[in-house]
Design a protein around this ligand. Structure first.
Ligand SMILES: C[S@@+](CC[C@H](N)C(=O)[O-])C[C@H]1O[C@@H](n2cnc3c(N)ncnc32)[C@H](O)[C@@H]1O
Ligand code: SF4
Length: 351
């Protein structure tokens, strides 16, 4: 039996093939945003993301760049208009610019409205101009502190200078940069205002993120977790925060900071569940589709991808998976819930 998208029957074209159609989940949310983790590997080992000695996926399990392109293109044919490359660190995947270049054809046709990526910034000096040349307009760079020692502590392996040089290169290439910072109790909580002044001073938005209980990181999440309600309350002592409607298609809620004129986003998976407007799904570098970042449900797309040169089995598998997209997640970090909500690390799905 052909798969449906949960509330309708498939259309057939004249040759009897299913025509790709929009992805609507059981809660009537249109899925238009795909995040693709192109590798689970990284040149950093951030304390909230990975354990010090991570076991990575065997390289033989990875989809090739051509397969990743085909998979992304299938989602685009089914109505995805925004695609974010992530990881692990997307820019350490060998040959990554080949994928960016090939995906950019969908920008040319107008099927894709945005091709973007989330990066730790370390490889931007090398790739910023190429990204821009392939139609990437804006990127997110993750940066939790401007203190070089603290940066090394958080990332274990990273160098702040390299990331700052990367951000310079991105801005010089004409890319719009948004800074993402994970709010960490006792680590950068007294620095959010200086990050904000710095980012806004350089014309970059800043988004702060609550730490999520994903993966065993060999540390206590409760030690890291800082509710953004507290961050916001503290910032409100110093700045005038005006709620605004601005959206980027992601889960952040924005305010305008009157004193700087810049935008500040809050991603609050813990204190405010944002699932009702969820428009996104994630695929890993092995072709596993996660319908929700906060749930274990997943579908294997590698088998249908490899089963046939036709995309029909793939479309059917995608439809079937979307028909099972959960309503939402319910993360808890407290004394009774100190184990990870999910054993999967953030580096597998890329956030
Ligand atoms: C997994 S990284 C992948 C892309 C790239 N390596 C980077 O760091 O930007 C994507 C984002 O997830 C965030 N992140 C990682 N682990 C997290 C966690 N447990 N809770 C909240 N955010 C997390 C990172 O700070 C980063 O902004
Ligand atoms: S947050 Fe990004 S940079 Fe840090 S370890 Fe995870 S994947 Fe690497």
């Amino acid at each position: 039996m052909a798969a449906t998208n949960g509330n309708s029957t498939p259309d057939l074209d004249r040759a009897g093939n299913r025509t790709p159609r929009a992805l609507i989940d059981p809660y009537q949310r249109a899925i238009t945003y795909l995040r693709v983790s192109v590798t689970d590997r990284c040149d950093f080992r951030c304390v909230y993301c990975m354990s010090e000695h991570m076991a990575f996926l065997p390289k033989v399990d990875l989809l090739s760049l051509e397969e990743l392109d085909r998979l992304c293109s299938a989602f685009i044919a089914k109505g995805v208009t925004k695609l974010r490359l992530t990881g692990g660190e997307p820019l350490v995947r060998r040959g990554i610019m080949t994928l960016v270049a090939s995906l950019s054809r969908h920008l040319g046709t107008g099927a894709l409205k945005e091709l973007t990526l989330t990066t730790n910034g370390s490889q931007l000096p090398k790739y910023a101009s190429e990204l821009k040349a392939h139609g990437v307009e804006r990127i997110n760079v993750s940066l939790d502190t401007l203190d070089a020692d603290k940066f090394r502590e958080i990332t274990r392996w990273g160098e702040l200078d390299k990331v700052l040089t990367g951000i310079d290169a991105a801005q010089a290439a004409g890319l719009r940069v948004k800074i993402n910072a994970v709010a960490l109790k006792g680590v950068n909580e007294d620095e959010i205002d200086s990050l904000l002044d710095w980012a806004h001073g350089r014309g970059m938005d800043l988004t702060v993120i609550e730490v999520m209980p994903l993966g065993d990181i060999g540390a206590d999440r409760l030690e890291q977790y800082l509710p953004l309600s507290m961050v916001r309350a503290r910032l409100a002592d110093r700045y005038t925060l005006e709620d605004i409607d601005y959206r980027t298609g992601g889960p952040a809620r924005y305010v305008r900071v009157k004193e700087t004129g810049g935008r500040l986003g809050f991603i609050t998976p813990m204190t405010h569940n944002f699932c009702e407007s969820c428009n996104r799904v994630r695929i890993t570098c092995t072709g596993t589709l996660y319908m929700c970042l906060g749930q274990a449900d997943a579908a294997d797309l590698r088998a249908p991808l490899r089963a046939s040169e036709s995309d029909q089995p793939l479309y059917a598998a995608i439809d079937q998976a979307i028909a099972h997209k959960p309503k939402g997640h319910d993360f808890v970090i407290d004394r009774r819930h100190q184990r990870p909500a999910l054993s999967r690390h953030m580096s597998v799905t890329g956030g």
